[in-house]
Design a protein around this ligand. Structure first.
Ligand code: CP3
Length: 354
């Protein structure tokens, strides 16, 4: 429905596996520190959080990459850690150290106190940002809303920030799996409510980031991440709004993820798209999956890799480019060259033109 009003509906068409004039492309972390205009807005705002919590500034940085590059979607400028912040864990950032929580949760008693935050009060700034961005986009491209996965959110909530070895949450999984399931269950309820609220506010595509699913053993992935992703795909009431489940290291589980009821899967660069496409048998759309480090290569090298990635998808999809959304296998980094990003975006459209 919403796409009838869009000037560029390539992303929505690709997610429905419908024909498109060329393959749509957007990039994870397309708004960020690699752009000088982002650094300028951030300086003005004072901090990342001040920017993310101010709907006008969040809108401004969301639109920055679209003013520069021929991208086929905008992604809400926010963070996955807004949910635990609203649950009372208190998010803050230490320069050079990434996100941290003032009140991590470590045991069953602390987990039992958690509740789903109210979306239009405690997370109103996110919904206001969605409404503001939709208004400013004025139908040019669709807006992607997002959330962290229950497992990935739990990693930050238990570790209290980023982690190299996930020692605290893995210890919890081993010593008190019931408490961890309780945490994952409340996170799942919150993620479903959060995505539904973003959709109601105007998000036209929804993506779940399972950034840390790949650090689990297969047995633990199937116990602590997959069932909750599946619950989101099954229970999120989304009408014709497509859902993308992105997971770093999700390649071993593509068949199981494709059976969840999601419209699309986002994959990293450790799997060939030809293989991912064959294994999912055209049941869903696929998003990805160039290695972000490709952007450290020259524009010519980038163009070669873009062509390879497009052709790999088509090879596994009976020669057709339908059902492919081009993206990186993970996010852009602050030291990447915006001109290399431009080379990538333009090459996707050029080589995939029908
Ligand atoms: O893709 C986009 O352009 C939308 C914005 C977006 C951000 N975070 C902005 C951001 C999205 C989709 C996220 C999601 C997110 N946040 C994830 C999942 C995606 C992924 O990368 O796997 C995770 C794990 C987080 C948690 C988080 N927030 C991290 C690890 C960091 C980086 C810390 C650092 O200093 O490098 C953040 C902060 C953050 N979120 C930044 C941006 C642009 C950098 C903040 C800054 O300007 O200093």
């Amino acid at each position: 429905m919403t796409n009838l009003l869009l000037k560029n509906d390539r992303l929505l068409r690709a997610l429905r596996r419908e024909p498109v004039d060329c393959t749509p492309v957007w990039l994870m972390r397309q708004a960020g520190r690699y752009l000088p205009e982002y650094r300028a807005t951030r300086q003005r705002a004072g901090s990342f959080l001040a920017m993310a919590k101010n709907p006008e500034l969040a809108c401004e940085v969301t639109l920055q990459p679209l003013a520069r590059f021929d991208l086929d979607a905008a992604i809400l400028f926010s963070d996955i850690l807004t949910i635990p912040d609203a649950m009372g864990l208190e998010l803050y950032f230490v320069d050079g150290e990434g996100p941290k929580f003032r009140h991590p949760v470590r045991n069953a008693a602390e987990i039992a106190k958690l509740a789903v935050p109210d979306m239009e009060t405690e997370l109103r700034y996110v919904m206001d940002a969605v409404r503001t961005i939709r208004r400013e986009l004025d139908g040019s491209v669709p807006l992607i809303g997002f959330s962290g996965s229950p497992w990935t959110l739990a990693c930050y909530m238990v570790e209290g920030g980023g982690s190299d070895n996930f020692s605290k949450i893995k210890a919890l999984a081993l010593n008190d799996p019931k408490a961890l399931h309780q945490l994952l269950s409340v996170n799942t309820d919150a993620v479903i409510a959060y995505l539904a609220a973003q959709r109601a506010a105007g998000a036209q595509v929804l993506q779940v980031f399972d950034t840390w699913g790949g650090v689990l053993s297969p047995a633990m992935y199937r116990e602590f991440s997959l069932p909750y992703l599946t619950r989101i795909a099954k229970e999120l009431d989304r009408g014709d709004t497509p859902l993308i489940l992105f997971g770093k290291g999700n390649a071993p589980y593509l068949e199981e993820l494709a059976a969840s009821g999601t419209e699309a899967l986002g994959v990293d660069w450790t799997v060939e798209l030809s293989e991912a496409s064959r294994r999912t048998q055209g049941k869903i759309a696929l998003q990805g999956n160039i290695d972000p480090a490709t952007l450290y290569g020259s524009p010519d090298a980038i163009r070669t890799q873009v062509r390879r990635t497009l052709d790999s998808y088509a090879e596994g999809n009976g020669g057709s480019r339908e059902g492919h959304v081009f993206n990186l296998g993970h996010g852009l980094s602050p030291d990447m060259d915006p001109e290399h990003v431009r080379a990538l975006v333009d090459a996707v459209h050029e080589y995939s033109k029908r």
